[in-house]
Write a protein that binds this ligand. Structure first.
Ligand code: SAM
Length: 342
């Protein structure tokens, strides 16, 4: 089934997204659940906005078939996200099912509120890498940005993860004007002291971000200038096959670096090989639109990986050849970031 959720009308002066055939996707983000125990101001309007019915969520066996189908079509990197993936009861089972499917990189993005208890089982199940979202090291600012998140829980979760020896731990910080724009240096020093790679993300006009991004945006170039004394001069470089982040080496700590993700002042649609799969089984080719192809009915009817491959081809054909600005601003704003998975 191909469908589009309703979106705001597009401005007539700007070209609409062009549907193009692209090379098959190489990476996928699985949003296991749309539930989250935080309500970050740029992601969702409150802690009480509605969730999908629980029975619509795929179960671990269905996720396994879905990923088998994607791997058969060339997907090599899997990131588990949400919502908050640690709230999904079958998370450890999902990781254990995916570990031997031929995936080169199996990573997870989390707010870490429950990581203290889950770090060890996740590592044992075969998870390779972790990204932890942490927007402030000040408990009050953290609670304000996340609408009630408890910093001390997150810090305990990070410590637990570091004790497990994951291949890599990164931190993600959305830099927000008037809230945490003065914190990058503290966050870099905190992260480097623990062997964590800090990354700074521009707020994007996706979902709730569409309401506030123009007031809150701190360009990545400005964040970089604010910590220039810690970084080498020169161009930032991308990690091959690892998404749009650009990294700058430390000038004070050999081997350390800082990542920047500039989804608002820059575009990276051209090289995008990323697919998303939502908790209710919709394959979505672009974060900035609600377009997608559902594979849920097929999976519930017992379909195998080959049917997932067919749905993937239908979904990938919908990938817009667009830009973050202009024609996609309206569709991006209509996206539910919490359900789609950042
Ligand atoms: N709950 C998990 C977490 O907090 O990491 C995973 C889901 S969350 C949607 C994934 C990432 O998306 C987080 O790092 C969050 O900061 C980022 N994010 C959400 N909305 C965003 C926006 N409008 N602009 C930029 N980043 C955003």
């Amino acid at each position: 089934m191909v469908f589009s959720l309703p979106v705001l009308p597009q401005p007539r002066t700007l070209p609409g997204p062009v549907l193009v055939e692209r090379a098959s996707p190489r990476s996928v983000r699985l949003s296991l659940t749309d539930r989250c125990d935080m309500a970050c101001v740029y992601c969702r309007p409150s802690l009480r906005d509605g969730y999908l019915p629980a029975e619509d969520r795929l179960d671990p066996a269905q996720w396994e078939i879905l990923v088998r189908g994607l791997v058969a079509q060339g997907v090599r990197r899997v990131r588990i996200t949400g919502g908050e993936p640690l709230l999904f009861k079958g998370l450890v089972d999902v990781i254990a099912r995916l570990r031997d499917l031929g995936v080169e990189d199996l990573a997870l993005t989390t707010n870490a509120s429950r990581l203290e208890h889950l770090a060890a089982p996740l590592r044992a199940a075969g998870l390779h890498r972790l990204n932890v979202s942490i927007d402030s090291l000040d408990a009050g600012t953290f609670a304000r940005i996340t609408r009630g998140g408890r910093l001390e829980e997150v810090l305990r979760g990070v410590d637990a993860a570091l004790a497990q020896g994951f291949q890599e731990v990164k931190s993600n910080t959305v830099v927000l004007r008037g809230l945490n724009e003065h914190e990058p240096e503290d966050i870099v020093r905190w992260a480097w002291a623990r062997g964590i790679t800090p990354r700074f993300i521009e707020i994007m006009g996706v979902g709730e971000g569409g309401r506030i991004w123009k007031d809150r945006l701190v360009p990545a170039a400005e964040t970089r200038r604010s910590i220039a004394h810690l970084l080498r001069d020169g161009n930032a470089s991308q990690e091959p096959d690892r998404g749009p982040a650009r990294y700058v080496p430390s000038r004070v700590l050999p081997g350390a670096r800082v990542g920047f993700i500039s989804g608002s002042t820059d575009t990276y649609c051209d090289g995008c090989d990323r697919l998303r799969a939502t908790s209710d089984g919709v394959l979505r080719p672009c974060l900035s639109t609600n377009d997608g192809v559902s594979v849920a009915e097929d999976l519930k009817a017992g379909a195998g990986p080959e049917v997932v491959g067919e749905r993937l081809r239908e979904a990938w054909a919908l990938k817009p050849d667009g830009r973050w600005k202009g024609c996609t601003e309206h569709t991006a704003r209509a996206v539910n970031m919490r359900a789609t998975g950042g």
